[in-house]
Design a protein around this ligand. Structure first.
Ligand code: ATR
Length: 276
C-alpha cells in the first residue's frame, strides 16, 4: 500500500487526508494518506523517506512550506515563490529517485476564481497579510493583469520584503483601506470567532468582492460583515480543494503512461469538508 502524508504544525485541522483518501478509493488506488505533526528537525528524515520509497508523496502546510526546500533535489516553482506544498519522486524520468517540490496553491487560487467566473483583469486588488500563502496569491493575480495590487500587513517589514519580490505592489499602512474592487484576507485573523480585521465598512463602496483564504470557519467575521452589506463573498474552500486536486494529479503520474488522474470535485467531495 502506498503511503502519503500531509505535514505541518499544528496539523489536527487538516482536511487533506479526508479528501485524498476519498479520491484514492474512488480511483481504486491502494493507498493511505495520513497527517503528521512534525518539527523542523524532522523534515530531512521525512523527505528522505520519499527517496527510499517508504513514502510516495507529501503535502506541506504551515509553517514548513519554505523550510522543506533545502532538502529537495529540485523545485518546479516560480523563482519568486519560496513556497512548496507538494513533494514527490520525479515522474518525468522512469526510476528517477530525485525528489521534486512544487506549489499547487497558485493553481488552486486561480481555479477558485475561474470557477466563479471572476475576472481580475483591470481590477483594483487589496491584499491583507504577508504570510506563507501571500506570494502565491500575488503571483497568480499578476498573471491576471489587475490594474493594481495593494498590500497591507501588521508588520510592515514583511510587506516590504514582498515588495522586493513584486515591485509593482503598493504598500498601505495597516488599518488603512484604499478603494478596491476585490479584497483578500491572507492573514490568520478569522480562525477564531472573536478575531476582527481592522476594516471600517462604512468607508467601503457597495458591490465589492471579499475573498478569505480561511475556509474553516466557513464564514469568518470578515465575510459575514461583508455579506451583510451585500458584497460578493468567497471563502478558501475551493482554493483548498483545487490545490489538493492538482497535488493528487501529480501524485498519480505514471511516467510514459499517464499524466496523472484529475480526481472529481462534486457535491459529495465538498460535503466531506463540512462539519469539521
Ligand atoms: P507565516 O508568516 O508563518 O506563514 P501565516 O499564518 O501564513 O504565518 O501568516 C500570518 C499572517 O497573519 C501574517 O500576515 C500576520 O501578520 P504579521 O506579519 O504582522 O505577523 C497575520 N496576523 C496574524 N495574527 C495577526 C493579528 N493578530 N493581527 C494582524 N495580523 C495578524
Amino acid at each position: 500500500m502506498k503511503k502519503y502524508l500531509v505535514i505541518g504544525n499544528p496539523i489536527d485541522h487538516s482536511l487533506s487526508p479526508k479528501l485524498h483518501n476519498y479520491w484514492f478509493e474512488e480511483n481504486n488506488i491502494d493507498a493511505l494518506y495520513e497527517k503528521k505533526q512534525v518539527e523542523e528537525i524532522d523534515l530531512e528524515k521525512i523527505i528522505s523517506d520519499i527517496r527510499n520509497g517508504k513514502i510516495e508523496g507529501i503535502n506541506v502546510t504551515v509553517p514548513f512550506k519554505k523550510s522543506v526546500i533545502p532538502f529537495l533535489d529540485k523545485t518546479e516553482i516560480p523563482e519568486k515563490i519560496q513556497s512548496v506544498n507538494t513533494i514527490y519522486r520525479e515522474k518525468k524520468i522512469k526510476n528517477s529517485n530525485k525528489i521534486v517540490g512544487t506549489n499547487t496553491d497558485i493553481l488552486g487560487f486561480k481555479n477558485s476564481l475561474a470557477q466563479i467566473k471572476y475576472n481580475a483583469k483591470g481590477k483594483k486588488i487589496f491584499i491583507l497579510g504577508a504570510g506563507g500563502v501571500t506570494p502565491s496569491i500575488i503571483y497568480a493575480l499578476e498573471e491576471m493583469k489587475p490594474s493594481s495590487i495593494m498590500l497591507s500587513n501588521r508588520t510592515k517589514e514583511k510587506a516590504e520584503s514582498l515588495k522586493n519580490l513584486f515591485p509593482q505592489i503598493e504598500i498601505v499602512e495597516w488599518g488603512h483601506i484604499k478603494n478596491f474592487d476585490m479584497i483578500i484576507n491572507t492573514t490568520s485573523l478569522g480562525l477564531r470567532e472573536k478575531d476582527k480585521l481592522p476594516i471600517d465598512h462604512n468607508l467601503i463602496e457597495p458591490r465589492k468582492f471579499f475573498y478569505d483564504v480561511i475556509y474553516n470557519p466557513k464564514k469568518t467575521n470578515f465575510l459575514f460583515e461583508a455579506e451583510k452589506r451585500g458584497h460578493q463573498i468567497e471563502n478558501g474552500k475551493m482554493m483548498f480543494v483545487y490545490q489538493a486536486q492538482e497535488a493528487f494529479r501529480l501524485f498519480t503520474i505514471v511516467p510514459n503512461i499517464r499524466s496523472g488522474i484529475l480526481p472529481s470535485i462534486n457535491k459529495k467531495v465538498l460535503k466531506l469538508l463540512e462539519n469539521d
